[in-house]
Design a protein around this ligand. Structure first.
Ligand SMILES: [Mg+2]
Length: 240
């Protein structure tokens, strides 16, 4: 009885939230320098950026352009509130700082989470299926897959704008649902849509940015195995 493992990518196979944190710090410093004493305190600036970014998820979704656009809009909003003229050079600088989150060099340098490749190889040696199901901008996710050379470990790769129960059902196909596992870090994007599709979940918590933190908990906790690290999957494999 072969199993099917549906892996998330960001913050499950490779750390990702960290890629955004450095540009956020740089954006903050840049705004403090440009607005000087008219800057609100750092927390106010960070909260505003997150609020704008959450709002932009609704209009721009998970496209690469959203994150740098949110930086630019944060600068514009703060200028308007402080009565300071908006300058094009600063709008451009904000955007460019945001784009640093999508550095190919950084993806390569960071590589995958320790033990992740070994887990993918372990599952292949069992004769099971590995599926990659990742949400995000196709250009960005494709780049991550290429620089880390991981397509070889997967039987199928799906890059989508948003993970959904229907998306899971399409991937499950006619496979026995008792033998299908979602492996992911997010309750909102991985755990609950997978449970709604009727499969089991291996949850390795790494709840990251504002979007992923908006949820009402796990809908069916009895179908969820929670692990601290991805490299524990071989240890629990026989009990699955
Ligand atoms: Mg993730």
């Amino acid at each position: 009885m072969k199993k099917k493992f549906i892996f998330d990518y960001d913050d499950t196979l490779a750390w990702n939230q960290h890629d955004y944190s450095y540009p956020i710090v740089e954006m903050l410093t840049y705004i403090l320098n440009v607005l000087g004493p008219k800057s609100p305190n750092p927390k106010t600036i960070l909260d505003l950026e997150e609020e704008i970014d959450m709002q932009n998820v609704k209009t721009i979704g998970f496209k690469m352009e959203r994150f740098p656009t949110s930086f630019r809009m944060t600068y514009e909003t703060l200028c308007q509130e402080a009565g300071i003229p908006i300058e094009e050079k600063h709008q451009e600088a904000m955007y460019n700082i945001g784009m640093k989150a999508f550095s190919e060099e950084r993806y390569k340098e960071q590589g995958l989470i320790s033990g992740a490749i070994e887990v993918l190889e372990f599952i292949k040696t069992k004769g099971d299926k590995n599926v990659l199901y990742t949400k995000g901008d196709e250009r960005v996710q494709q780049k991550k897959i290429e620089v880390n050379n991981i397509a070889q470990y997967f039987d199928e790769i799906h890059i989508v704008g948003l993970k959904s129960t229907k998306g899971f059902l399409d991937i499950i196909g006619d496979w026995d649902k008792e033998l299908v596992y979602k492996v992911g870090n997010s309750i909102r994007s991985d755990v609950n849509p997978a449970l709604e599709a009727g499969i089991k979940v291996i949850y390795i918590p790494c709840e990251t940015w504002g979007y992923e933190r908006q949820h009402n908990g796990i809908s069916l906790p009895e179908k969820v195995i929670t692990l601290e690290r991805i490299d524990q999957i071989p240890e629990i494999y026989d009990s699955l």
